[in-house]
Design a protein around this ligand. Structure first.
Ligand SMILES: [Zn+2]
Ligand SMILES: [Zn+2]
Length: 341
């Protein structure tokens, strides 16, 4: 099969074509696995963290990609939940142990043995992949394959982040960074909290205009002061300045949720601007988001279909994965990028 593979860790600045288009052995499903013929795979910022070594793959070469939509072409002999021809999605959660305290409490995202699609097992930048039937998700009819892809990570992690903010109707929500995840979160938040205002912070005017189109009451640059304080905020940027600025803009008791698997170190010294009374006092909180649970994926897909959420996608061919990643790195973003296989 054809695949775009990562052979070595490198910085995108030095190597602007980190993935190689190759022939790769077609995977063989185990007893509980589905063999999925991939139709599309979303491109996520986490792929940059993998390529640049902030959360490196557990082995190389690795096929990246964790927002996979396709149809089942074959099944292992113990598969009972799905059949050949069914459309399924694969998300970041590839497996967890199922036995530990976290797994028993439904927090399989926190499992020590958590395995990620496209990092600890081959993902979706290819013609085929395999997944245990327990970690595959039916895709609601109303979404095309292209629309469904960004729901599987950008949307699902956004759903988890929004829940972790403890937002209530009427609260003011800040979205710091306005990429694939935030453009879905804003649609979800407007639906769930109709009396709330949403303020967006983004470093380029294109993203700010997009936020206004989707209903942001105000959109400004990172570092700008919004018209009112934020009761909660979600940061989806890869760096630190937006975190410090968001803390400053929080109302007393406000919570900032950092939706990022890793942060880059390029502006880490900006953290020295944190001044306890301005940024932290008055019971302000910071919380990170780690991975997603299986339940998050199922619940979010159902909610996304009910609203319905309309992801805006920009399609690239599989061979163009490097271009898509480079555009993500340089912030040429409007909605989500998806590879068509
Ligand atoms: Zn992702
Ligand atoms: Zn576990």
């Amino acid at each position: 099969m054809k695949a775009m593979v990562l052979n070595r860790i490198s910085s995108l600045q030095k190597n602007n074509a980190p993935l190689e288009f190759v022939d790769f052995p077609k995977p063989v499903p185990g007893d509980k696995d589905l063999l999925v013929k991939i139709s599309v795979c979303g491109v996520c910022h986490t792929e940059l963290d993998e390529i640049e070594g902030r959360t490196p793959p557990s082995f190389l070469p690795m096929i990246l990609g964790h927002q996979v939509v396709g149809r089942i072409e074959g099944t292992g002999k113990k598969v009972g939940k799905f059949k050949v021809g069914d459309r399924v999605g694969i998300a970041w959660i590839h497996s967890a142990c199922g036995k530990c305290k976290h797994c028993h409490e439904g927090n399989d995202n926190l499992c020590e043995k958590f395995q990620a699609s496209g990092r600890d097992a081959h993902g979706g930048y290819a013609e085929y992949t395999t997944i245990s039937e327990d970690y595959a998700f039916p895709i609601p009819e109303i979404f095309s394959d292209l629309e469904a892809a960004p729901l599987l990570c950008a949307g699902t992690i956004g759903y988890r982040s929004l829940r972790l903010t403890n937002m209530k109707d009427g609260d003011i929500l800040g979205l710091v960074g306005f990429g694939a995840s935030a453009h879905i979160v804003i649609q979800m938040a407007k639906h769930k909290y109709p009396n709330s205002k949403i303020f967006a912070f983004a470093r380029n005017e294109g993203e700010r205009a997009f936020a206004r189109e989707l209903g942001a009451a105000w959109a400004g640059n990172i570092g700008e002061v919004p018209p009112e304080k934020l009761n909660c905020a979600i940061d989806t940027t890869p760096v630190w300045k937006p975190v410090v600025e968001a803390l400053k803009n929080l109302a007393p008791g406000g919570r900032l949720v950092i939706n990022a698997i890793r942060k880059e170190d390029i502006d880490k010294e900006y953290l020295l601007n944190i001044n306890y009374p301005t940024h932290l006092w008055h019971e302000k909180e910071i919380k990170s988001v780690a991975n997603v649970t299986r339940q998050n994926v199922s619940e979010f897909l159902e909610l996304a279909a009910a609203i319905p959420i309309r992801p805006e996608v920009q399609a690239f061919r599989l061979e163009e994965a490097n271009e898509a990643l480079l555009e993500l790195k340089t912030s040429k973003i409007r909605g989500a990028k998806v590879l068509t296989i």
